[in-house]
Design a protein around this ligand. Structure first.
Ligand code: NAD
Length: 454
């Protein structure tokens, strides 16, 4: 392992990655390799947890293609020196900021979107001119193997390489010094990564999880709200970091909204296992058992069917839930949606604010005042008004959490920035040197400086 890290450091120090054309050629090569290996990726992801080709294309491949295309298109612009004004006392002179790569970076991926969560940060890192060691999640084993095959058979180890493995491998990797660690995963493991990084003063981006609240107000379009929430929550069988974790619905529309949710679920998912080709399974038995225990059968409004043999859990709605119910303790990360009703907006905002800052928050309402109140009062990573999940597809929006849902962000220019250092330069000429700052420190000089340095 240390061998690869040393090789990457040497390669970085050769300045090869500072060449923008080199970066662009590597991104183009990566894109062509993904195109050539699409079939293996579909098969691997399906075999790991039953994700359909549609889901894999929409939430994995298309996002990776988009990221590569965007980086290829904008890389030259993003890497340019940025001229900034020079302050009076430094004249004559000019000032500029140089985006420069950090060095050798480590990217650690999560399992739920095993391809894009590994590749998109790696693409940002390459675009910014770094060398990359990528450690995909070990849980979707076949996908991890295909990613390793694509990268390791085609890129030189000293520039971009995949190291496969689980906790032991990550623990070993984390002992070494990197110039940045980009981690996607749970808040608990995020703490471990942060502690390990601190030993070397390595900066980190932590893309973590949390319980994302979804507000549904009486003035929303109830049917469309239900349709959008059902799609967003049960996409990938709820195994999405930014899925609506729980619903907060205004009491006056609770019954109507619950019926609309049920109707949508029945329309698309039918609560039967005959949806196997379009509905992923839970990633492993441990998560299946965890989720099965969260289904409080006294609270099931619809769904609640499970099959241990193929790790199936039907889209499930729980109602009459209170904030102190067990399901409100941790991120659900599965196809179970608790619904809490409320009458007073201030009380419910207070409840949300008593919890850790979420990765996302969604607000369904037509009332600007209500929307702005939530946006103003609740701190969260990012979100959407009158939709859920799809804000992730707009790479003009930085993607990342806050507090225990993460730090730092990426996508598009934001990813490039996360893997760059912005080096500040004041550039002076030799033609004049005022005596003001030099000895002797006279009264007159102080008076002039007092006027200038404000
Ligand atoms: P995880 O934290 O269990 O694992 C993530 C990575 O860390 C894996 O590569 C794994 O091998 C490694 N790892 C696990 N335990 C470790 C340990 N003790 N020491 C060192 N490394 C270890 O997370 P997960 O189960 O893969 O993913 C689910 C979590 O990730 C959820 O909380 C979800 O919200 C979050 N997530 C966040 C985002 C985001 O963009 N913010 C995206 C996807 C998932």
């Amino acid at each position: 392992m240390i061998d690869i890290i040393t090789k990457q450091r040497d390669f970085f120090n050769s300045n090869k990655t500072k060449d923008i054309n080199f970066r662009i050629s590597q991104l183009k090569k990566l894109k062509n390799l993904i195109i050539d290996n699409e079939k293996s990726l579909y098969q691997a992801i399906y075999s790991d947890f039953g994700k359909s080709e549609f889901d894999t294309y929409v939430a994995e491949l298309s996002m990776v293609y988009h990221e590569i295309n965007n980086c290829i298109k904008n890389l030259k612009k993003w890497s340019k020196r940025i001229k900034v004004p020079t302050n009076l006392t430094n004249l004559p002179g000019k000032s500029y900021v140089i985006p420069e790569p950090l060095g050798s970076v480590l990217v650690i991926g999560a399992w739920n979107y095993p391809f894009q969560l590994s590749l998109i940060p790696a693409i940002s890192a390459i675009s910014a001119g770094n060398t990359v060691i990528l450690k995909p999640s070990e849980l979707p084993l076949k996908t991890s193997q295909v990613i390793a095959k694509i990268i390791n058979n085609n890129f030189s180890e000293d520039f971009f390489t995949v190291i496969e493995g689980g906790v032991d491998t990550t623990t070993e990797l984390l002992k070494h010094k990197f110039d940045k660690i980009f981690f996607t995963g749970s808040t608990n493991v995020g703490r471990i990564v942060y502690q390990a990084a601190a030993k070397h003063l390595t900066p980190v981006v932590l893309e973590l999880g949390g319980k994302s609240p979804t507000f549904v107000f009486a003035d929303c379009n109830i049917n469309m709200t239900a349709k959008r929430i059902v799609w967003a929550k049960f996409f990938n069988a709820g195994q999405t970091c930014i899925a609506p974790d729980y619903i907060l619905v205004e009491k006056s529309i609770e019954t109507e909204f619950l019926s609309a949710l049920k109707l949508e679920i029945e329309k698309y998912y039918k609560n039967k296992e005959d949806i196997s080709d379009n509905y992923p399974r839970i990633i492993n038995s441990r998560n299946f058992e965890r989720l099965a225990k969260l289904i409080d059968h006294d609270k099931v409004f619809c769904g609640g069917n499970i099959n241990k043999d193929n790790r199936f859990i039907s889209p499930t709605i729980l109602n009459n839930i209170e904030f102190d119910h067990k399901i409100m303790e941790d991120e659900i990360f599965g196809p179970i949606l608790p619904v809490i009703s409320f009458s007073d907006i201030n009380t419910v905002i207070k409840e949300v604010k008593n919890r850790e800052k979420p990765l996302s928050c969604y607000i369904y309402s037509k009332n600007k005042k209500t929307i702005n109140k939530i946006l103003h009062e609740i701190s969260f990573g990012g979100g959407a008004v009158n939709d859920s999940l799809i804000h992730i597809t707009n790479d003009n929006l930085p993607f990342g959490g806050i507090g225990s849902s993460g730090m730092g962000n990426y996508h598009g220019l934001f990813g490039f920035k996360s893997f760059s250092h912005y080096k500040s330069i004041l550039h002076k000429s030799f033609w004049i040197e005022p005596s003001l700052k030099y000895f002797p420190y006279t009264k007159n000089k102080i008076n002039i400086l007092k006027r200038l340095l404000k």
